[in-house]
Design a protein around this ligand. Structure first.
Ligand SMILES: Cc1cc2nc3c(=O)[nH]c(=O)nc-3n(C[C@H](O)[C@H](O)[C@H](O)COP(=O)(O)OP(=O)(O)OC[C@H]3O[C@@H](n4cnc5c(N)ncnc54)[C@H](O)[C@@H]3O)c2cc1C
Length: 348
């Protein structure tokens, strides 16, 4: 586990999309010492240690009278549960407002919390869509995996049930002035960290001056993100076309024959080289003859960032495979063929 500052951890990837071994809630001091030693060896080793070795924080106690923190579980109440498609739900958890930590920075994007399946003492990270409000509410869009441990358990919970969480945990650190342009590429519930980031940018709590494009892909129209996610994003794009654009893709239109219940332009097919290239403002916004010379010439020195989050196969096709032990691995796939370098690509 890599500690950034008290109460913070970095997560290596959006692991729902990469099946990972069960994270048991048993602790072992000696293995923790080994993890600490590995941590000195560098970030990727530390991240590996986080995922491979048991850690005391995963065997953390439950406390209901001290502020939410990664070092212990806090009991939360399930206050609403709404089915959003055949395999997804929006769940809202609430912790008592007096248990919210005072340091606002903790909730800067992108962060998540671990949710514990009390039956088998296993935890998984999930991304609060709108962060946390002053009443302690956190809303999640959660996919149920057919054989998944925690997601199935969560889908079985009823309003009023207690669910333990610990966090916040940093997934990726946002910086307002680091990039001129950001391309977010997601599949399925991989949109959740991007939604959280975009809500911060659109809320005026960010001085980011660049442009963002979201390319999102789902299997079918009925599996597209729910209104709770799409409506605020569409609204942001409608009122800020210079700042934010979004484009949706589906593998097939399914039974709907292309009719979406939402006011959306949806493309059939996967996100590939052409869709990524044409999403770039710095390319597609130039007159065509400038684009001819600039589009693939030398992109590696531009302040363009790609964040990719989704099923492992999709991440691999777009940005190359993850490295060993949940490290980033080299840039591959479409982004490599377009000339982007590892400092410009992050696989969540
Ligand atoms: C930082 C972060 C944030 C995240 N945020 C979200 C979010 O907001 N929403 C969300 O839905 N997910 C999110 N995830 C993913 C989430 O953490 C879980 O990984 C996901 O819910 C699956 O967990 P699980 O315990 O249900 O599945 P697991 O038990 O971990 O199984 C994972 C996969 O393996 C398959 N599997 C399990 N057992 C078997 C078996 N015996 N045979 C064959 N296949 C099997 C499952 O079907 C599933 O596809 C996030 C992940 C990370 C890292």
């Amino acid at each position: 586990m890599l500690r950034l500052k008290p109460g913070f951890q970095v997560l290596a990837s959006h692991a729902g999309f990469r099946a990972r071994g069960l994270t048991t809630v048993n602790a072992s001091r000696s293995l923790r010492r080994a993890a600490a030693a590995l941590l000195l060896g560098g970030t990727s080793t530390a991240l590996a240690a986080y995922f491979l070795l048991p850690d005391i924080s995963r065997g953390a106690p439950t406390c209901d009278n001290i502020p939410l923190s990664p070092s212990h579980f806090t009991p939360a109440k399930l206050v609403s549960s709404t089915i959003t498609s055949s395999g997804t739900k929006i769940l809202t958890l609430a912790i008592p407002p007096e248990l919210l930590p005072e340091e606002g920075d903790l909730f800067a994007p992108i962060w998540s919390v671990f949710i514990k399946d009390d039956d088998i003492q296993v935890e998984r990270p999930y991304t609060p869509l709108d962060g946390v409000d002053e009443n302690g509410n956190m809303k999640f869009w959660i996919k149920r995996y057919q054989h998944g441990e925690v997601s199935r358990w969560l889908h079985s919970k009823q309003v009023g049930d207690t669910i333990e969480i610990r966090g916040p945990l940093k997934t990726w650190s946002w910086k307002d002035d680091a990039w001129d342009e950001i391309i977010l590429i997601s599949g399925g519930t991989g949109i959740t960290p991007f939604y959280q980031l975009l809500r911060t940018v659109s809320s005026g709590n960010s001085s980011f001056q660049g442009r963002i494009t979201l390319l999102h892909s789902s299997k079918t129209l009925s599996e597209l993100p729910p209104h709770d996610i799409l409506d605020p994003l569409l609204n942001f794009a409608r009122h800020n076309p210079e700042k934010f654009r979004l484009k949706f893709f589906v593998d097939s239109f399914g039974e709907t024959k292309g009719q979406s219940s939402m006011d959306l332009e949806v493309h059939k097919g996967s996100i590939g080289k052409e869709s990524i290239r044409s999403a770039l403002h710095s390319v597609s916004w130039f007159p065509w003859w400038r684009g001819l010379f600039s589009q693939d010439s030398d992109v590696s020195d531009r302040k363009i960032l790609f964040l990719v989050c989704g099923p492992e196969k999709m991440v691999e096709a777009i940005a190359g495979p993850y490295g060993r032990n949940y490290s980033q691995g080299p840039v591959g796939g479409v982004l490599q063929s377009l000339g982007y370098k590892s400092r410009q690509v992050w696989k969540l």
